[in-house]
Write a protein that binds this ligand. Structure first.
Ligand code: GDD
Ligand code: MN
Length: 375
C-alpha cells in the first residue's frame, strides 16, 4: 500500500528543507507502507520548487507538482489527483509545511487507518491536543470558540476539529467527493471536505496533536475572509441538509397530515353532523396514521419497520409520542402562557408550543422510534 504525504507550499523554502529530513526519518520507522512525499507548490517566488528538486536528488521518494496559485483547497485537489493518478497512492495525507503539524504523528494516523477508518482527522481541541500556549488570549478564545460554533452548527459533536489541515484519508474518500470540492478553493476546503465525508458515511477517527508555532515565514491565511467563508459554508450546508434531508421530509409529511386532519374535521361536522371535538379526534387519528406510514416509508425509509411486530410496536410508540406532544407540550405551553402571562397572546403560545412540539416529535422519531440500529 502506498501512502503519499501531500505538503502544500507557498513561499516555504526555509520550512521545506527542514520538514523533509524530519519526515524521512519518521518514514524509517514505518514498515508496512510505502511512504512518499508530494509537494504541491504554486510557483512560489522564493524558490521553494527549486529546493524541492534539490531535495529530490537526495531522497528518491519526493515529487513536485507545480501549478498556478488558486488557494490551499485547489492545491490539495490538484495534489490528491496527482498522488492517486500519477503516484499510485492508496492513502494520502494533508500536512502543513511549516512544522505546525508534527510529522512524528504520522504513524498514529496510519494506526487508525489500520483499524478500518476511512479518514483520520488531527484534532487540536480534544484530550491530548492543543493550540500554542504562547498565543495571545484573544487568539486562543477565537480559535476555541470558533471551532465550538462550527461543531454546534454542524450538530456532530463527536468530531472536534473541523478546520484543521492535518489529515489522512483513503483515496476512495477523495474520489467520491472530488467533484464537489470545487466550490471553496481556499482554507474552507477543509471544513467542506470533512462535512461531505461525514455526510456520506465514511468512517472517521481522530488523532489529537499539539499544534506548534510557525518559526519561519508567514501564515498565508486571510482571517476575515476565511471566517466569512467558513460561516457561509457551514450555515448554507446545514440549511440544505435540514430542508432536503429528514427534517424537510418530516415537515412535508406533517403538512399533509394537517390537510387530512382539516378535511376529516370539516367533512364530519358539515356532512355528518358530528360535534367538533369527536370530529377532530377522528381527524387527528387519521392524520397521525398517515404521518406514521409516510414517515415509515419515506422520511425514515432506510430504517423502516420490516416485521409485523415492529410495525405495530412503532405505530403504538408513534401514537403515544404524538398524544404526549399535543397534550403536554403544545397544549401545556398554551396553558402556561395563559396562566402566567395573559390570554391576549394565546396565539403566540400556540405557535411556540407548535415549534417545541415539532422539535419533540422529530427528535423522538429519529432517536427512539426509527433509531439507527447498532451494528
Ligand atoms: N500550494 C499552496 N497554495 N499552498 C498554500 C496556499 C496556497 O494558496 N496557502 C497556504 N498554503 C500552504 C502553506 O505554505 C502551508 O504549508 C500550509 O498551506 C498552511 O498554511 P499556513 O499559512 O501556515 O496556515 P495557518 O497555519 O495560518 O492555518 C492553520 O489553520 C488553518 C485553519 O484551522 C493550518 O493548520 C491550516 O491547515 C488550517 O486549515
Ligand atoms: Mn501554519
Amino acid at each position: 500500500m502506498k501512502v503519499v504525504i501531500i505538503i502544500p507550499t507557498y513561499n516555504e523554502k526555509g520550512n521545506i528543507e527542514r520538514i523533509v529530513p524530519i519526515t524521512e526519518d519518521v518514514f524509517k520507522r514505518i514498515n508496512n507502507y510505502e511512504m512518499e512525499i508530494l509537494v504541491t507548490d504554486d510557483n512560489s517566488p522564493d524558490g521553494t520548487a527549486e529546493k524541492v528538486i534539490e531535495l529530490s536528488k537526495k531522497y528518491k521518494n519526493i515529487e513536485l507538482s507545480s501549478g498556478m496559485r488558486h488557494g490551499l483547497g485547489a492545491a490539495y485537489v490538484r495534489g490528491m489527483t496527482y498522488a492517486i493518478e500519477k503516484m499510485g497512492a492508496d492513502i494520502v495525507f494533508e500536512m502543513d509545511a511549516d512544522l505546525q503539524h508534527d510529522p512524528e504523528k504520522i504513524p498514529n494516523f496510519l494506526a487508525k487507518i489500520d483499524e478500518g477508518n476511512d479518514m483520520v482527522i488531527g484534532t487540536r481541541y480534544s484530550e491530548g491536543g492543543s493550540i500554542p500556549a504562547a498565543w495571545p488570549i484573544h487568539r486562543k478564545i477565537f480559535s476555541i470558540f470558533g471551532n465550538l460554533l462550527i461543531r454546534t452548527i454542524m450538530m456532530r459533536f463527536w468530531l472536534h476539529d473541523w478546520t484543521g489541515g492535518f489529515r489522512a484519508l483513503k483515496k476512495e474518500v477523495f474520489l467520491k467527493e472530488k467533484d464537489e470540492l470545487t466550490e471553496f478553493k481556499g482554507y474552507t476546503f477543509q471544513v467542506s471536505f470533512l462535512h461531505k465525508a461525514v455526510r456520506d458515511g465514511f468512517k472517521i477517527a481522530e488523532v489529537p496533536f499539539h499544534f506548534g508555532e510557525r518559526n519561519i515565514g508567514d501564515s498565508k491565511i486571510a482571517p476575515m475572509s476565511y471566517i466569512a467563508n467558513v460561516l457561509k459554508y457551514v450555515i448554507t450546508a446545514r440549511i440544505k441538509e435540514l430542508v432536503f434531508g429528514k427534517f424537510g421530509k418530516f415537515m412535508v409529511v406533517g403538512g399533509f397530515g394537517f390537510v387530512i386532519n382539516a378535511v376529516v374535521l370539516r367533512a364530519l361536522v358539515e356532512g355528518f353532523n358530528f360535534a367538533p371535538v369527536p370530529a377532530n379526534l377522528i381527524g387527528a387519528a387519521c392524520a397521525i396514521f398517515s404521518n406514521f406510514n409516510f414517515n415509515n416509508l419515506w422520511t425514515f425509509g432506510e430504517r423502516k419497520a420490516n416485521t409485523v411486530i415492529s410495525y405495530f410496536s412503532k405505530l403504538i410508540q408513534f401514537y403515544a409520542t404524538s398524544a404526549f406532544g399535543v397534550i403536554f407540550i403544545q397544549t401545556g405551553t398554551i396553558f402556561l402562557g395563559d396562566t402566567f402571562i395573559g390570554r391576549q397572546y394565546y396565539f403566540i403560545y400556540f405557535l411556540v408550543g407548535t415549534g417545541v412540539l415539532l422539535t419533540w416529535n422529530f427528535t423522538m422519531y429519529s432517536v427512539v422510534i426509527w433509531r439507527k440500529s447498532r451494528r
